[in-house]
Design a protein around this ligand. Sequence first.
Ligand code: SF4
Ligand code: SF4
Length: 63
Amino acid sequence: MEKDALLLAARVLEALCLGCGACVQICPQAAITVLAKQARIDSARCDECEECIFACFNGAIII
Ligand code: SF4
Ligand code: SF4
């Protein structure tokens, strides 16, 4: 079955994101971009590896 990207991809809690870019560097799928100090995750690319969750010092990414 095709995954439901909206339900299963990592997502950013915008209020907690400071735009540091640490998650962008760590993501093996190149799924994260930072624009105007806000990280965004491309749910179609994300494979839920959780690397970004551990990389974010501010707890701004959840799955
Ligand atoms: S590591 Fe956390 S605070 Fe930094 S850009 Fe990513 S989500 Fe935002
Ligand atoms: S869970 Fe993995 S693939 Fe998805 S955005 Fe985070 S680091 Fe990238």
